[in-house]
Design a protein around this ligand. Structure first.
Ligand SMILES: [Zn+2]
Length: 302
């Protein structure tokens, strides 16, 4: 039995795809009965050789078990083998189990962080603002006790006072809460829609064609959206632009999807620039208490 101990002590728990024959053998032994119980195996139809062999395996299992720390039932494999209807379970009572637990945990956290950082880089936030967080926003005082995870907001004020940074900080919190997130400006959004026109002509050699409806749906259905710099472009006279913007903002409002708007203009002046109809939907989305003027010094001049 000495040889067995040497063998299993050298084993480190691994992910299943890195399973070694030794580790697999231990995991197969995890569900064997104890020798005492196995001794009662009697059968007229099971070959004696099989019973004998099974008893030997059980003795081997017990010998390994005897060397394990108290409470450990994994035989040094770290994980209880998954079987039909039995959840895979990590053994928390032995060093191997703990090592495996931390390995899996770190892997999971790494994957999650990786997924978040990729989503963050792709959500449209300009590079300059990627590091903006609520905790470091100089304008958080305006919001008092802010329930970050609810509601739409309209932040307005002179340029350079930190509205965009605040909106980005909000978006980051939503991402951490598990939302899908997007950031865009109205000119970029309209540019994106316009860019889909004429694509049809190229569709013969393109497998997937993004149409106007895809762009609208993207901004309509994303969990959390920042529409930055509203009213930077005068679109009051262009019906089709108003129509697209109205669909996105109105649709998000109907589905209770939060949006943060920023503008250099107050809500009335914004209305003159993007149309009253859209502006009313914004007011409805945010409610008056969430339309906030951000004042203070120009951060870009400091
Ligand atoms: Zn164990």
């Amino acid at each position: 039995m000495v040889a067995l101990q040497v063998l299993h002590q050298g084993l480190k728990p691994r992910r299943s795809e890195e399973m070694t024959p030794e580790l697999e053998r231990l995991r197969n032994m995890q569900y064997l009965p104890r020798t005492g119980a196995a001794a009662y195996i009697k059968s007229d139809w099971l070959p004696a050789v099989w019973i004998d062999n099974q008893l030997k395996r059980c003795q081997e299992r017990d010998a390994i078990q005897a060397t394990r720390p108290e409470g450990c039932f994994c035989l040094g494999a770290g994980k209880l083998f998954a079987r039909m209807g039995v959840a895979e379970e990590i053994c928390y009572s032995c060093p191997e189990g703990w090592a495996l637990y931390h390995h899996e945990k770190t892997k999971k956290e790494g994957l999650k962080a990786d997924r978040y950082s990729k989503a963050w880089e792709r959500c449209g936030v300009p590079k300059r603002f990627l590091e903006c967080r609520l905790s470091t926003s100089p304008v958080m005082e305006y919001l008092g006790d802010w329930d970050v995870l609810s509601d739409s907001w309209f932040f307005w004020g002179a340029s350079g006072v930190g509205k965009t940074g605040l909106a980005v900080g909000w978006l980051y919190e939503r991402l951490q809460a598990g939302d899908s997130v997007l950031f865009t400006t109205v000119p970029d959004l309209l540019g994106e829609i316009k860019a889909t026109y004429g694509v049809v002509a190229r569709s013969y050699d393109t497998l997937s064609v993004t149409g106007e409806e895809d762009v609208i749906q993207k901004y309509l259905t994303v969990d959390s959206l920042v529409l930055d710099d509203l009213g930077a472009e005068q679109i009051g006279n262009e019906d089709w632009l108003q129509d697209r913007l109205y669909r996105i903002i109105g649709g998000r409002h109907d589905e209770l999807r939060p949006t943060v708007f920023t503008s250099n203009h107050n809500i009335q002046a914004t209305g003159q620039r993007i149309g009253e109809r859209i502006t009313w939907r914004i007011v409805e989305s945010c409610s008056k208490s969430n339309i906030i003027e951000i004042t203070g010094h120009n951060l870009r001049e400091e």
